[in-house]
Design a protein around this ligand. Structure first.
Ligand code: GAF
Length: 391
């Protein structure tokens, strides 16, 4: 049964049309999973810390039908290509490119002992690719939700993000944390997802921008975004080495009060900056949650901006386009602004009065023009639903 009444959804229509055109049949159902922005809490997930993402209205839709043998056929509108694989072709590394995210989910489910049904799938999406908005987690989560339903798998929602993360880490080979898959699967409309990445406990935090006359402007900086490359892995390694040197399981275990003493015990300035980012960022998430719990949304602005400064100066994961977007948004009157996601490009978010959203976007475009950067793309978002069945 669908999780919600059907509304006009061009992405779902494209997935269905692709399915019908490719397989000359109607699909058994359609499943959607969103991209995400992270309001605050960056590079804290793999340090067992705290994050606060929310789901985007942009999503990936999988139209799918079960087949009666362990064989998978996938078509994607992005490449207009078909990829097939069977059990024998499922080992990590066997399927590459965009289809690896799908094969990785099948592989992770089977590794966890699930009897994954063979299937034909057609995939469409309006989550921008490579913009740091978790298009890969959206794909993994949509496929996982579809296969779990099609196969009637006994798979509680709370256990799903780990499996999707395993697909990304072990099959695709990207050493990411648990945030993006958790956001895509567990977010709710009108809320941000406060996730403790150690216990995986979640709290749905009301984040009703519309009721407050506010908007989150997402600015796609168009600076090339990559976290499969060495920089993301290097930051992760540096955090894990620091935790080892400090004798803790993860940097989550360093409190703000214990930060100075911890920094004194670290061997070099770069590691000290990395640790300072993670410890202070965890506290900023907790402070943001506290403000949102008491409905003081505008007051989170300075925390967002402080998070950005920490990513720029201590974690060193921003680039000129990103910093320019943040500065221009703040100058134009945003309450706060920060890069969101893994870094080295991707998107910036700015919290502003709804009536100011266009002015914020225009100010960023102007600043880009002055600096000769590729024209950015901006749009406003409201917190949307996590993975669900459409029909
Ligand atoms: C990427 C990763 F996939 C997440 O796990 C997280 O680490 C994020 O970068 C940084 O906060 O989106």
């Amino acid at each position: 049964m669908p999780d919600r009444p059907s509304v006009a959804d061009p992405v779902a229509d494209r997935a269905t049309a692709g399915f019908v055109a490719r397989y000359a049949a109607t699909p058994d159902g359609r499943w959607a999973a969103p991209g995400r922005v992270n309001l605050i809490g960056e590079h804290t997930d793999y340090n067992d810390g705290f994050v606060l993402p929310f789901a985007l209205p942009q999503h990936t839709v999988v139209a799918a039908s079960r087949v009666d043998r362990p064989h998978w056929t996938i078509w994607s509108e992005h490449t207009d290509a078909v990829v097939t694989f069977d059990e024998a072709g499922l080992a990590p590394g066997a399927v590459t490119g965009w289809a690896a995210y799908v094969a990785g989910v099948v592989w992770a489910l089977r590794e966890a002992g699930h009897d994954v049904p063979g299937a034909r799938l057609a995939i469409a999406s309006d989550v921008p690719l490579g913009a740091g908005l978790s298009s890969s987690a959206a794909l993994e989560s949509a496929v996982l939700t579809a296969l779990a339903d099609l196969g009637g798998l006994d798979l509680p929602v709370d256990d799903r993000p780990r499996l999707a993360q395993r697909a990304e880490n072990e099959y695709v080979g990207a050493p990411t944390g648990i945030m993006d898959q958790s956001a895509s699967i567990r977010c709710r409309p009108g809320h941000a997802l406060f996730l403790d990445c150690r216990s995986l406990d979640v709290e749905q935090i009301p984040f009703d921008l519309a009721a407050e006359g506010l908007a989150v402007v997402v600015i796609d900086t168009r600076a090339e975004h990559r976290h499969v490359d060495g920089e993301y892995a290097a930051r992760r390694k540096s955090c894990e080495s620091a935790a080892g040197a400090l004798g803790v399981a993860a940097l989550r275990d360093i409190s703000p009060e214990g930060l100075d003493a911890a920094l004194d015990r670290l061997p070099d300035e770069v590691t000290r900056r990395r640790v300072r980012h993670v410890v202070t960022e965890n506290q900023r998430v907790l402070d943001t949650v506290e403000l949102l719990r008491s409905g003081r949304i505008r007051e989170i602005g300075p925390l967002l901006t402080a998070s950005h400064a920490s990513m720029r100066d201590d974690f060193e994961i921003t680039v000129a386009e990103v910093d320019t977007a943040v500065e221009a948004a703040l100058t134009a009157g945003a309450y706060g602004a920060r890069m969101t996601g893994g870094g080295f490009g991707g998107c910036v978010l700015a919290l502003a009065d709804a009536g100011f959203a266009d002015a914020v976007a225009a100010a960023v475009t102007r600043a880009y023009g002055e600096r000769g950067f590729t024209r950015p793309r901006s749009f406003t978002v409201l917190p949307a639903a996590g993975a669900n069945r459409l029909s």
